[in-house]
Design a protein around this ligand. Structure first.
Ligand code: M6R
Length: 369
């Protein structure tokens, strides 16, 4: 049932190109417009939405952080992303014009369920982004967009994450399309770029041997830090979460701009620091800033592990290890940048003799609050 792989996690990592392609399937018409009729929230209601709130936990929360950037950029609707476990306890401001997006692989996460129940009680519309047909979260929502990742067995979420991103991009673009924003008119362009991503993920998967080797060489370490900015920040958090749950290592993700406000004090000789570098073409200002961050931490002894797009030469002098990813549009980069971090954590767990599919103290779906 593991399809020749040692672990479900490895199988699920390998299935990602197909999972991404399947999540797009049937949702794009011949003109490159989106047809999300399955989201049975009438266009008239979506046009009235004046605020979007994304609620989720763990890896799904990281997808939600990226969704916020895509939604605000493509629709100009204010969007906030919040940990589902915190949401209802702060008396959030919600009404009929609020769209709440609840992201959950299992559809059974109690924190997320309680958050969406609270949102509906306040009159908000709830759209579930879910991987499990007929589970509780979509059943209790106004609408659902299913991710077509197929069953995810390993406790550590991989292919579900990538498909959650795809689904959130689709929701963001659909909102833009329905509301006629600038980006709404260019949906076909972004959709074409999204359609190319499955092949890009495949390319990443084919070049992972050096990442596995690197992971094995770090098996004796106690701490790994992760840095990113913009969409790279949630990717850094996701890389750290994977390492915590699989390798039982102390791992932290930081927004690279925060380094100077504290975390840089952690840098010491030989400390591995993974840096997710934004595209030099997209937000070039951020690119320059991250390159300076890499220089700064390296000057203080960090061992830099740099994830940068193909052709980005500026990072080369400061990278002790360079992991290349294909060039993608800025907002879509997490779909390729996360994959090496999954492989890295999986290999480190194996090297440390940990149980990859069933990490200690964790369950696949967390049905208690
Ligand atoms: O089933 P859900 O997507 O609601 O689960 C949310 C989190 O419990 C889940 O993503 C968890 O963080 C994973 N084990 C991370 O790999």
């Amino acid at each position: 049932e593991k399809g020749g792989y040692d672990y479900f996690m490895l199988k699920e990592i390998a299935e990602q190109p197909k999972a991404v392609a399947d999540t797009l399937l049937g949702r794009i018409d011949a003109n490159g417009s989106l047809t999300l009729d399955e989201v049975r929230i009438p266009a008239a209601v979506l046009r009235e939405v004046d605020k979007v709130v994304v609620v989720a936990c763990g890896t799904a929360y990281h997808a939600g952080m990226i969704a916020k950037l895509a939604i605000e950029h493509w629709t100009r609707i204010p969007c906030e992303t919040e940990l589902a476990s915190e949401f209802r306890y702060r008396d959030p401001i919600l009404d009929q014009r609020t769209l709440v997006i609840a992201i959950s692989q299992s559809g059974e996460t109690m924190d997320t369920l309680m958050a969406l129940r609270h949102a509906r009680e306040q009159g908000a519309k709830v759209l579930a982004v879910c991987n499990t047909n007929g589970s509780t979260i979509p059943r209790e929502s106004d609408a659902v967009l299913y991710t077509h990742a197929g069953p995810e067995v390993a406790v550590a979420s991989t292919k579900a994450f990538l498909t959650q991103l795809v689904a959130c991009y689709l929701v963001a673009l659909y909102l833009g399309q329905v509301r006629g924003t600038k980006w709404g008119d260019e949906v076909d362009v972004v959709v074409r770029e999204l359609s190319d991503i499955a092949a890009a993920v495949d390319t990443v998967l084919e070049t992972m041997e050096p990442v596995r080797e690197l992971a094995r060489s770090l098996a004796h370490k106690n701490t790994v830090l992760f840095l990113g900015r913009h969409v790279g920040y949630p990717v850094a958090l996701e890389g750290a979460l994977k390492l915590k749950e699989l390798a039982y290592m102390h791992a932290e993700g930081f927004a690279a701009g925060e380094l100077k406000h504290g975390p840089i004090a952690l840098i010491e000789q030989d400390l591995p620091v993974v840096v997710v570098v934004p595209s030099p073409r997209g937000r070039s200002v951020l690119h320059g800033k991250i390159v300076s961050n890499i220089q700064e931490i390296r000057a203080r002894g960090a061992r830099t592990i740099v994830i940068a797009e193909e052709g980005d030469e500026a990072v080369v002098p400061y990278a002790d290890h360079l992991i290349r990813i294909p060039a993608t549009p800025t907002l879509l980069q997490p779909l390729v940048a996360t994959v090496p971090l999954q492989v890295f954590a999986c290999e480190l767990a194996t090297a440390r003799g940990n149980e990859v599919d069933q990490p200690r103290n964790l369950a696949k779906s967390v049905t208690v609050e």
